[in-house]
Ligand binder design. Structure first.
Ligand SMILES: Nc1ncnc2c1ncn2[C@@H]1O[C@H](COP(=O)(O)OP(=O)(O)OP(=O)(O)O)[C@@H](O)[C@H]1O
Length: 584
């Protein structure tokens, strides 16, 4: 319920549209009620007058009620049309606002705050759940408001004729509009909650299986995945079938209550007509008016049922919105320092929910323009160092300064504008070579793109393609080779003129020739920048290159490669292993 109240608050900026939509919906319902009640009265009166003889026929005013019927009929059509326009406008405005708001909350969570989420599930929250919440006004708020106000007004009209009639109508409307839907809601609560869960799991499985299709086919695991999706689909269909049965019973029950109320009105009004306390045509007004009144509560069964799914969707969307961001930004950044040396002193970083420190007292200073290779075994803290530098992770102790300014005092976006990161898993976007390059610099012209491709040693390859810069790389770069994709990410890096370049395993998994090309590209891109290269391997490290070895989250060795190789530590052991492997 708290989530739904919060959802209601999101509509505050659109309250005029909402009030307009509800008012028009109410006018539609009341016009329908007026149309049927007046038509009933008019037809019955005309019948009575017809039997009463020529004098009565001459004195009966046919024109006013006939004009009234036309009036109600016209108002009903116009109000329904205008109501739809206003309702949808309010819905689209909320949808646009909610989706951009959710995306804006998602962005600061990435990458660490979303590490445990499945891509398909996030997509479901961003698309299906937000869509469902967009219907909250159309399917819940408007029907409830219109039913509540309309029912009271119509019962008052009835009470003006026959007080008991007003009470019976209101009771019938409450039974059909509230009691019946509440019962069906209770019956539908479990299948509806299960359906939302199944739908989201199935979506996540489908996204996984499309993304990992090659892997599934290689391991012949596609049939198992297919069976899993089919199982979820069958379970979902079963829940939806149950919900449809409940909805059908609800609709039938609604019709039954409407007819019982009509019959009750006939009995109550009929007795008064017999007693001479009610005019005959008024009885037709009450009976047909009662039937029309139920139009106001007809959407409530659907509204109650939609409420269950909406509550689940609201919970899932707000869960993302409420997630604490891994790193809090200051309101604004100080001026960019003139020189950008990096100093880390006693940095300790522990990821949420983890017992151990990923960085445990890290001391490291890197001068502007310096080139450093960071070595370390798996889990030593190399990626954590990058996470701290790019302000993806908040460290708990120690200090990090960039050009003498505390990293914590600089907004994440401003910090990241000083860095270019080329990682092993750099994302290729489905699109052309040009699209993938323009991410780094949307204003770059063709000459700049070709220059970047030359630096990355990829220009010849792109030139040889029939479509040149428009060559499609496919989803995640599947239409080009791993080495080409790596050089394309380097070309992207070459376009981005930042003072610091971080390379995470830049040559991992490449053949020797491609590796040599990539190394040449890196050397060209790194000119004039601070370059931090993270690797497990010694290949390509020169004797006088600076090497930093991380172990258990702190610096274990720091010096020139040649000196460390002779020092008898981790680099010596790694170099010996490297030599042995090279000799094999
Ligand atoms: N997002 C995370 N959440 C929780 N713990 C994490 C997370 N990322 C890393 N860790 C933990 O922090 C420690 C350091 O990991 P880190 O990724 O920095 O190592 P690494 O040196 O980059 O390893 P590799 O060479 O395998 O990439 C490890 O114990 C790891 O399990």
């Amino acid at each position: 319920m708290r989530d739904l109240i919060r959802l209601l608050r999101l509509y505050a900026p659109y309250r005029r549209w909402i009030a307009g939509g509800i008012a028009l919906g109410l006018v539609t319902v009341l016009a329908n009620f007026g149309l049927l009640a007046l038509s009933g009265w008019f037809l019955a009166s005309a019948g009575v007058v017809g039997l009463a003889g020529i004098a009565a026929q001459n004195s009966f005013n046919f024109f006013t009620p006939a004009a009234g019927v036309r009036f109600f009929a016209t108002v009903r059509v116009v109000a329904r049309y205008a109501g739809r326009l206003v309702d949808h406008e309010a819905t689209f405005r909320l949808l646009a606002g909610l989706r951009t708001d959710l995306y804006a909350r998602l962005e600061p969570l990435a990458p660490l705050g979303l590490a445990a989420d499945r891509g398909g599930d996030l997509l479901g929250r961003l698309v299906a759940d937000v869509d469902r919440l967009g219907d909250f006004f159309l399917r819940v708020v408007a029907p409830f408001s219109i039913a509540a106000i309309g029912s009271v007004l119509m019962a008052l009209v009835f009470a003006a004729f026959v007080p008991l009639g007003g009470v019976v109508l209101l009771a019938g409307l409450v039974a059909a509009g509230v009691a019946l839907p509440v019962i069906s809601l209770r019956l539908g609560r479990r299948p509806s909650g299960e359906a939302v869960g199944l739908q989201s799991a199935m979506r996540a499985d489908l996204v996984d299986s499309v993304q990992g299709m090659a892997e599934l086919l290689t391991y012949n695991a596609a049939p198992a995945m297919q069976a899993r999706v089919e199982g979820a689909s069958a379970a979902l269909a079963a829940r939806q079938g149950r919900l449809a049965t409940i909805a059908g019973i609800g609709t039938g029950g609604n019709l039954l209550i409407a007819n019982v109320t009509m019959a009750a009105m006939l009995v109550i009004g009929g007795r008064l007509v017999v007693a001479g306390r009610l005019a005959g045509p008024d009885l037709a007004l009450l009976v047909l008016g009662a039937l029309a009144a139920f139009e106001a509560v007809a959407p409530l069964a659907g509204a109650f049922q939609a409420l269950g799914g909406m509550r689940d969707s609201a919970r899932r969307v707000f869960e993302i919105m409420d997630r604490p961001v891994p790193v809090r930004d200051p309101a604004c950044s100080p001026a960019r320092p003139a020189t950008l040396g990096l100093v880390l002193a006693g940095v300790r970083l522990r990821y949420p929910g983890q017992a151990g420190w990923a960085l445990d007292g890290l001391d490291l200073a890197i001068a502007p323009g310096e080139r450093v290779t960071v070595l370390g075994r798996s889990g030593a803290g190399k990626t954590s160092l990058v996470n701290v530098l790019l302000r993806f992770a908040a460290y708990q102790a120690g200090s990090v300064t960039l050009g003498g300014v505390a990293l914590r005092d600089i907004r994440g976006d401003d910090v990241r504008s000083l860095f270019t990161l080329v990682s092993q898993q750099t994302q290729m976007f489905a699109g052309s070579v040009r699209d993938n390059l323009l991410i780094a610099d949307p204003a770059a012209d063709d000459a700049a793109l070709w220059h970047a491709l030359e630096i990355a040693q990829l220009a010849d390859f792109v030139r040889a393609q029939p479509d040149g810069l428009e060559t499609l790389v496919g989803e995640a770069g599947v239409r080009i080779s791993g080495g080409e994709a790596r050089r394309l990410t380097l070309a992207r890096a070459a376009l981005r003129d930042t003072p610091i370049l971080i390379l995470d395993e830049p040559t991992e998994g490449l053949d020797p020739l491609t590796e040599a090309a990539v190394r040449a590209a890196i050397a060209a891109i790194g000119i004039g920048r601070m370059v931090i290269t993270i690797t497990h391997r010694l290949a390509g490290i020169a004797e006088d290159d600076r090497v930093v070895v991380l172990a258990a989250g702190r610096v274990a060795e720091d010096g020139r490669f040649g000196a460390l190789k002779r020092a008898g530590g981790a680099v010596t052991r790694l170099a010996a292993l490297h030599d042995r492997l090279a000799r094999l």
